[in-house]
Structure formats: C-alpha cells, structure tokens
Design a protein around this ligand. Structure first.
Ligand SMILES: [Zn+2]
Ligand SMILES: [Zn+2]
Length: 403
C-alpha cells in the first residue's frame, strides 16, 4: 500500500509499505480522510520523535477486515468509522484523577500503519488495536468521512471547555480563530458563554461570528478599529473605559480593552482560552481576567529547550527560534495567582469518555465542522498539506489528507 513515511525533520516520503497485518480482536480500516494536526506538524518540523513513523491520527475510514472475535462486538465489514488513537486504562492513579492524558496506557498509540505506532492516517490502511476500540465511533450515513475525522480535535476542545468553571452568560476571550479556536468559540457558545473572538485575519473573524462569537476583534491594534467598528458602535460611545481605577489594567490595544470592559461591566474576563502559541497573548489575557478567572493554555505544546530531548544545543539548522515559545519570557506577578486567585490551566489531548457527546455535537452539526475544512490533499501530497497547515494563509483552515 502507499504510505507517507516520516524520515526526519521535514522529511516525508511517499513509499510502498506492507498492508498492516491484524491479529485477533483488531480491525483493518481503509483510510478515507485524515486531518492534519498541529501536534504532528510539531513532531515533523522539530524531529521530536525518532523516525521512521507514519503519522496522522485524525482518521476516518471503512472497516476492510475484521480480526477473529470482533464481529461479536458489533463491528462488520463496510462500517464507516471514526477512529480514536488514545484510550486510557480508567484504573490507574492518573485515571482516578481524570488526568487521562497522563495515563501510561493512554500514551500508547493504538493505531498504526507500520513502524512505531504513530496514528498511521497518512496511509491507505491502518491497524486498530483492541485497547482503542472503545473510542471507535460509527459515522451516520448522512455524515462525511471528513466530519468523522474531526471528532478527535473536537474532543480535545470539549475536554478543555469542561475544565473551565463557567456560569451562563460568562464572558470568555478566545484568542486565535484557527480551526481549534473556532471550535472553542462554538462549543463555548453552546455552553452558554458569550465569546470575544480575536485573530489577525479578517476572514477568520467573519467565520468566528458564524460560529457564535458575540464580539470579534482584530488583534493587530493598527487594524482593530475597522474590524471592531461595528461592535464598538453598537456598544455606544461609553464603550471606552471611563474609570481609570477599573479592575482591568490599562492596555495599549484599546479597542479590545473597550470590548472587554463593556462586555464584563468592568469586572474583567471570566476566562481566556489561548489558542495561539504566543506568550504576549498569555500575558495580556492574564491581565484582562477578573479575580478568580481562568486562563486556559491550549497551544503551548512545544517544550522549552531545556526540556528538549536533544538539549539546548540540539536546535536544528533552520529551526525557528521564535517558535520556542513555551519558556515563560515575561515577568509573571505570582500575586495575580495567589491574591487575585487567577487560575492558570492547561489541557492536552482528548477524553474518550466525552466521545459520545462529541459525536452527537458533530454529527448533528450543532458544531458544523464542514465549514472548518478549507483544503483536501491526496495522500501523495501529504507534505504539501503539512506545509500549508504549518504556514496558514488567509484562506486556509483545517486541512485534510484524503484517499
Ligand atoms: Zn490531533
Ligand atoms: Zn490510566
């Protein structure tokens, strides 16, 4: 079969490899669609895991072969399925604390197209191991494989939304309106929050409106007036903060400050979701939180150089030092955590116990992920798909590899 094999930093090659053999209780799935995920891009760009591997973990396809005993579990040839590559044991110390992403079983990848299991979605067939079968979902006839492929990223976003302690009507900033940020905007709206969406790209802000943002603000201060003009007009002339002793710190990007001030009656944000890997955005958003508010880090997935397995000297030629954003590079007043009781939270990966609800949200199109998909590339152009996802353009959003 054809597969795109990772051989090192930015080195993806289309190769012919054996169709994976399956054992008892396993499935062989013919891949129809696989999403390009930032976590795979990071591994490909920075070489954080040893080659060779076949990446791609947002996978949907058709059951092509059944291992012995599996038809007893209700699976049959030709079933259209969305896969889930990580399932926790539900029994260990981490799982008892609901910290599934830290569970040793969860960290094992249960789907492979060959080599060290890494998802395998950038291949024609994948082998699905028994321990991840509880996460496999049938795709209804009216829904597409692309919708099935997006269950996994939606799951990660719903997990993070559930970590926030929100009341109906709370005001939440979602910084960054890429595919993940847009999923946050919609799921937060469905959860009863009022969302302020920011991004640098006007097209993404327009989509954020469609996805339920109550306010959209262009994060680039020079362009912000035009973008939030309508909102500020609607807010009225008193939208600008009048009280210099407001709980919000004065910030240079005045328009977003106005919107937050007015939307929250000067209290500050109930929560902020950081869906861009920018420390500056974290710093500013932390200042905009009300006392007791929560800041959710969702895009700071790259460890700092000291934690890099290759050490500080391991940076590869061409690796962009600007991308190493996970080292705190601004002064953090810890009293904002202690005295102001602001929570700094993170969320990573999925929670398979939410999978049923995620499937309901996506397949009912309450969260219509079809609008998030901007490009589909054939398998042989996976490298181009990854390159585009790594360098988004105004018209690019979620990118799929299809076969
Ligand atoms: Zn993913
Ligand atoms: Zn566990």
């Amino acid at each position: 079969m054809r597969a795109v094999v990772y051989h090192g930093v930015n080195d993806l090659r289309l190769e012919t490899v054996p169709v994976p053999r399956i054992g008892p209780g396993e499935l062989l799935v013919r891949v129809a669609a696989c999403g390009v995920c930032p976590t795979d891009i990071k591994k490909i760009q920075y070489g954080t895991v040893p080659p060779p591997r076949i990446f791609g973990h947002e996978t949907a396809g058709v059951i092509a072969k059944l291992g012995s005993g599996i038809s007893n579990l209700g699976w049959k040839l030709g079933d259209r399925v969305a896969l889930h590559h990580h399932v926790p044991c539900l029994d260990c110390h981490f799982c008892r604390h609901h910290a599934f992403a830290q569970c040793a079983t969860y960290k094992r990848t249960g789907i492979t197209a060959g080599f060290e299991p890494a998802g395998g979605g950038y291949a024609e067939y994948v082998r699905v191991m028994p321990f991840v079968l509880p996460g496999v979902v049938k795709i209804p006839a009216k829904n597409s494989f692309a919708e099935g492929a997006l269950l996994e990223p939606v799951n990660t976003v719903l997990k993070a939304v559930r970590r926030l302690d929100l009341l109906p009507g709370d005001v939440v900033l979602v910084a960054g309106q890429g595919p993940i940020g847009l999923m946050f905007t919609r799921l937060l709206q469905l959860a009863g929050a009022r969302v302020i969406a920011t991004d640098l790209m006007p097209a993404r802000l327009r989509l954020a409106k469609k996805f339920g943002a109550q306010w959209t603000v262009n994060a680039s201060s020079s362009r912000s007036i035009g973008t939030v003009g309508a909102e500020v007009t609607r807010l009225g002339p008193s939208a600008r903060p009048r009280d210099p002793a407001s709980t919000l710190n004065p910030q240079p990007s005045t328009l977003i400050h106005c919107v937050i001030h007015r939307a929250t009656r000067g209290h500050g944000l109930d929560a902020a979701v950081i869906a861009v890997p920018s420390d500056a955005v974290v710093r500013q958003s932390l200042a905009w939180l009300r006392g007791g508010g929560q800041l959710m880090l969702f895009a700071h997935t790259k460890r700092n150089s000291l934690a890099h397995p290759m050490g500080e000297g391991g940076r590869r030629p061409g690796e962009d030092s600007q991308k190493s954003t996970s080292t705190l590079n601004f002064p953090l007043d810890l009293a904002s955590i202690c005295v102001d009781e602001k929570d700094l939270l993170g969320s990573y990966s999925s929670d398979f116990t939410l999978q049923r609800e995620v499937a309901r949200l996506v397949f009912s199109r309450q969260l219509d992920v079809r609008q998030l998909i901007s490009h589909s590339f054939p398998l042989e152009q996976t490298a181009a798909a990854v390159a585009l996802a790594a360098h988004p353009t105004p018209d690019s959003l979620k990118i799929l590899v299809t076969s």
